[in-house]
Write a protein that binds this ligand. Structure first.
Ligand code: DGT
Ligand code: CA
Ligand code: CA
Length: 576
């Protein structure tokens, strides 16, 4: 069985976590994280390429030592160093890192002071109010941890949509090749474009007698079969992801796809509307009495109840029915409308490619312009740029733009918003740039008022153009910062300062709800890849999907505009 990129990357992340728990050198830890990122950014399966002679040493940021581990993982699915580390670290200690406010130092402190070795021990210690007495903890942090643990038990681990995507595609291709199958679609939260999925729901169109269930059991990645039958089957894949498959005939395909796309709340409303018109709707079709009047396509289903087509991303019962009935559904943005990307890194800081290489990759991704926004020098960024390095990069960009390339490069920076709301580089540096992307990279747990004031103060800064990944959340790992967003959004739209929808798979920040609120308050949204490697421009697709969940039209997105207009809009953000 081939080893997937995600498995290699996850092993490197685990090594980095375990090294940090043992207090290892931060540079060594960073090398593993960077390698994990590099592997995730690879198109196609590395294991396959390595088997065909590809040398992982040639990947950006990967030296001989890491390349060796990559070969080991690709060839055997194992890594001896990781196994050694696992043996020397109490099992479960790593889980603690997933709690808000717990980094390696605090995890070590909990282990040393209270012998806490995992989430269960943590729960117990909190219940006995013992955590507050550990040095550098206190009652407030204990309370936050209690809340985080309580939230955790309500939902199991969800999977990033981007991690499920290659699996979903492989499985769909596989099922589409089963004799008699005419169509295969992924439904569920995946089709609605959610950032994470609980499981995959697949609707297959085939006549009775197609052996879809038998084929599914034999799928290369299937680990366990939960249920298997001619119309519905469920399996768990090797990665732990569950897949529910429904097999339906031609005349019900649209109704089944609609039903299993959900959301449940949306379906319930739709059924209510149908009922009020004397119709019954279910996964087999739309019925008047016993007569089926629609069901082969989604459009036929909606048309039968008197509604226009509603895009899957909108099906959350968040006003889409009211909008549809009033003829006011938004014409949603799509990927082809993006002309640029205003958040891109190079190897000058933590990226893995040169300006030229990133520019070429962006052009191949169909973009007309990018902004290079490497990190400012600050504690948070190990290789951050100082004023002299910014000046050198400005020259480099001028030289690039002087060449006769179609793609143009804007001068930018990703600057830290410090705890007090000031920025980590002086105005004299910032004012030379076309784009100042400012971001919170630390102090995630300030109380609401202080956090809000921090961002409001940043918004008063004369040179800030865009706030990057505004909530600083990490999916399934770190909750976003606690702020009065309506205040911040209002201030951003008055100023103006634009807000980012960061398309990194672990961020997708702003989320769907806030992005909609931001656009409604008049703020323009920059959908940005935050690319660190040449393949990362592919993330824009997921950013757009989330934008669509936030009801974004192209006019509400900054980077659907041609460069000339974007330049003018960016100039407006400079207050002097
Ligand atoms: P997930 O898997 O947690 O990311 O979220 P979904 O939305 O994919 O939910 P899932 O997999 O439980 O079910 C897939 C779809 O099937 C769901 O979005 C709507 C439909 N569905 C499931 N259960 C019900 C139900 O009890 N009533 C109705 N109306 N629809 C349901
Ligand atoms: Ca699902
Ligand atoms: Ca399901």
């Amino acid at each position: 069985m081939p080893v997937h990129n995600e498995e290699i990357a996850a092993a490197f992340d685990e090594i980095a976590d375990l090294l940090s728990l043992s207090g290892e050198n931060p540079f060594r830890i960073r090398a593993y994280r960077r390698a994990a990122r590099s592997v995730r950014g690879q198109p196609g399966e590395l294991a396959q390429k390595i088997a065909q002679g590809f040398d992982p040493d040639s990947l950006p940021g990967v030296g001989a030592d890491l390349a060796g581990k990559m070969r080991e993982l690709a060839g055997t699915g194992r890594c001896r160093m990781l196994e050694r580390l696992r043996r020397s670290t109490p099992a479960g200690l790593r889980e603690l890192l997933s709690l808000p406010g717990i980094g390696p130092q605090r995890a070590r402190a909990l282990y040393q002071a209270l012998d806490i070795r995992g989430l269960a021990g943590m729960r117990d210690a909190i219940a006995h109010r013992r955590v507050r007495s550990v040095q550098r903890f206190g009652p407030k942090l204990e309370e936050r941890l209690r809340a985080a643990l309580a939230a955790r038990t309500q939902h199991g681990k969800r999977v990033y949509a981007s991690v499920a995507a290659p699996v979903a595609r492989a499985l769909c291709d596989y099922l589409a090749a089963v004799p008699l199958v005419t169509r295969v679609e992924v439904a569920g939260s995946y089709r609605r474009g959610r950032d994470t999925v609980g499981d995959l729901d697949i609707v297959v169109c085939a006549p009775p007698g197609a052996d879809v269930d038998a084929a599914l059991v034999k799928f290369d990645e299937t680990a366990t079969t939960l249920a298997s039958g001619p119309t519905r089957s469920s399996v768990v894949l090797r990665s732990g992801l569950q897949v529910d498959v429904r097999v339906v005939p031609e005349e019900s395909f649209g109704a089944a796809l609609y039903y299993f796309t959900g959301s449940k709340a949306h379906n319930i409303r739709l059924r209510g509307i149908a009922l009020s018109r004397g119709l019954k709707i279910n996964e087999y079709g739309v019925f008047r009495g016993r007569k089926r009047i629609a069901g082969d396509s989604e459009r036929s289903v909606l048309e039968a109840v008197g509604l226009p087509y509603i895009a899957p991303e909108l099906r959350e019962d968040r006003g889409e029915f009211e909008a549809a009935l009033a003829g006011r559904l938004p014409a949603l943005v799509d990927r082809a409308q993006l002309r640029g990307d205003l958040h891109v890194h190079t190897h000058r800081t933590d990226g893995t490619a040169s300006l030229e290489e990133m520019a070429d990759a962006a052009a191949r991704a169909g973009l007309e312009y990018i902004a290079i926004t490497d990190h400012s020098k600050y504690l948070g960024a190990v290789h951050g740029l100082d004023a002299a390095a910014v000046a050198r990069q400005i020259d480099e960009i001028d030289a690039f733009n002087a060449g006769k390339r179609r793609l143009k490069v804007l001068k930018g920076i990703e600057v830290d918003i410090l705890e007090d709301g000031t920025l980590a580089l002086p105005d004299t540096v910032l004012k030379q740039l076309d784009v100042v992307v400012a971001a919170v990279h630390g102090q995630f747990t300030l109380p609401r008022t202080r956090q809000t004031n921090r961002l409001l103060r940043a918004l008063d800064h004369p040179h800030i153009s865009i706030i990057a990944h505004p909530t600083a959340r990490l999916l399934e790992e770190r909750a976003g910062i606690d702020c009065d967003w309506s205040k911040i959004l209002r201030r951003a739209s008055e100023r103006p300062c634009y807000l980012e929808l960061n398309a990194q798979p672990s961020r997708l920040d702003l989320d769907d709800v806030l992005v909609r609120e931001a656009a409604a308050s008049g703020a323009l949204i920059s959908i940005a890849s935050d690319a660190h490697a040449i393949h990362d421009f592919a993330y824009l697709e997921a950013g757009v999907r989330q934008g669509r969940r936030g009801w974004l039209t192209p006019a509400q997105v900054l980077n659907t505009r041609p460069l000339r207009e974007v330049r003018a809009l960016l100039r407006r953000t400079s207050l002097n």
